[in-house]
Design a binder for this molecule. Structure first.
Ligand code: ADE
Length: 235
């Protein structure tokens, strides 16, 4: 049976280039779900691929970025598609010493949160999380990439307290969904792999909203090229 790979992505703009390059077709909406997660399916290199998006907010008309809809999206896609591997692909911020704009970051270390602070015995470690990745060097053979900790929070900005946590955890890719997707994959015992492309430097003066918007298209194109190469390398 061919390998089933689920790719969870938050933003339509991040996913557009790869959906087009892979020639995936939108699947009918699942009537059991109150919330529509747009899904695109197809075969590529003998693998069955589904890209599932977080969908749009009905109230605000924007992509439902962040952890809540990432977890709902992932769980419902797992139940519908029963994947062998889950990839969370998207964009991230990074320190300028670690990565350039559009660089690819993946991870062989557990994914953590940087904005879940609960200083109570046991709850502290639960809140921070530590969700495994299934990085294999052969997946990234001949692909330029960096290995570092992916760290998740629900804000685009970086207050000092978050920065301290990110530095303490040696975070390299700061983003908004990965730990939620990784924890859901872990719950179901499914291998998980993050692939992130850098849109902004989190330690320079220029507003990261502005950087994000300026670099989103470049990073999304790099992400799509990389994803396709990784999908070829996965056996
Ligand atoms: N996604 C892209 N850039 C980000 C940042 N700086 N923080 C959180 N998520 C991001």
């Amino acid at each position: 049976m061919s390998k089933r790979i689920l790719i969870i992505m938050a933003m339509e703009a991040e996913a557009g280039p790869v959906i087009e390059k892979l020639g995936l077709k939108e699947t009918p909406a699942n009537p059991q779900l109150r919330s529509h997660f747009p899904r695109f399916q197809g075969e590529f290199e003998g693998k069955d691929i589904v890209i599932s998006l977080n969908g749009k907010s009905v109230e605000h008309g924007v992509d439902r970025i962040g952890t809540e809809f990432a977890a709902l999206n992932t769980q419902s896609a797992i139940l519908e598609f029963a994947p062998d591997l889950i990839i969370n692909a998207g964009t991230c911020g990074a320190f300028s010493a670690d990565a350039d704009i559009a660089d690819i970051i993946t991870s062989d270390q557990p994914v953590v949160y940087h904005d879940h602070r609960v200083p109570l015995e046991g709850f502290d470690r639960f809140a921070m999380g530590s969700y495994p990745t299934a990085y294999r060097p052969k997946y990234f053979q001949s692909i330029e990439h960096k290995l570092g900790v992916v760290t998740t929070g629900n804000s685009l900005d970086m207050p000092d307290v978050d920065k301290q946590w990110i530095i303490q955890n040696r975070g390299m890719a700061k983003e908004m969904e990965c730990a939620a997707v990784a924890s859901t994959a872990h719950l179901y015992g499914i291998d998980f792999l993050p692939i992130k492309s850098v849109t902004d430097h989190i330690d320079i003066e220029l507003d990261n909203v502005e950087q994000f918007l300026n670099n989103l298209s470049k990073a999304s194109n790099k992400l799509s090229e990389t994803l396709i190469k990784v999908l070829v390398n996965i056996d």
